[in-house]
Design a protein around this ligand. Sequence first.
Ligand SMILES: Nc1ncnc2c1ncn2[C@@H]1O[C@H](COP(=O)(O)OP(=O)(O)OP(=O)(O)O)[C@@H](O)[C@H]1O
Ligand SMILES: [Mg+2]
Length: 214
Amino acid sequence: MQLCCNHLSKYYTRDKKRIPILKDINFSMSERDFIAIQGPSGCGKSTLLNILCGLLPYEEGEYTIDGQLINNNSAADQLRAKSIGVVVQNYALLPYATVLENIMLAKKDKLRALELLKLLHIDPLMKMKVAKLSGGEKQRVAIARALMISPQILMMDEPTGALDSQSRDDLMTLLTDLHTNHHTGLFLVTHDHIVAQHATTIIHMKDGELSQNQ
Ligand SMILES: Nc1ncnc2c1ncn2[C@@H]1O[C@H](COP(=O)(O)OP(=O)(O)OP(=O)(O)O)[C@@H](O)[C@H]1O
Ligand SMILES: [Mg+2]
């Protein structure tokens, strides 16, 4: 699976002014990659992740997956349903559904759901409503939901932001295993330098522009 951005730009309108948020982004990745993206708050990291997983539109340039144009369209919806797992920054869980119901929204496979719940140590919570969970518990529910489809590419926005160090280490063991043994491509937005150390490529973003050091 090949993700490819060519001269991609994104604008938001603020006080009637059109403000560039992503500027001429050129980027590509495949299942072979484990990429961490870092940069100051507000520089455009989540905006880029949301475009890459097809949740947000952009105005200029193009973004393709295996040659297919992606711009918040039905092609993107299909890819998210089948091959791209996503954990967005606010988790996007249904608060009044249970943990198990939230996870099985991605795929109706109870055995797999139970396996992931155990792996992320949230199996005792499976019948709880998500609204009652702590931040770190919600984060692990969102991660479990993203893994349900066994994605070819997994994109996560600050996946360890709400986790304690033990949960973070467990998650990094899981992600490293996915990358090394199951050929899952990883694209992580993170402020956590311990998380970034696991990546094979670190990309820096500043004011909507990328710079890379391998
Ligand atoms: N819907 C929107 N309308 C207008 N401006 C927006 C919108 N969404 C994001 N922005 C602006 O775009 C910029 C980039 O936001 P983004 O969420 O991508 O930053 P970020 O790098 O993920 O920051 P953080 O590390 O705090 O999560 C910010 O200045 C933000 O205020
Ligand atoms: Mg963000």
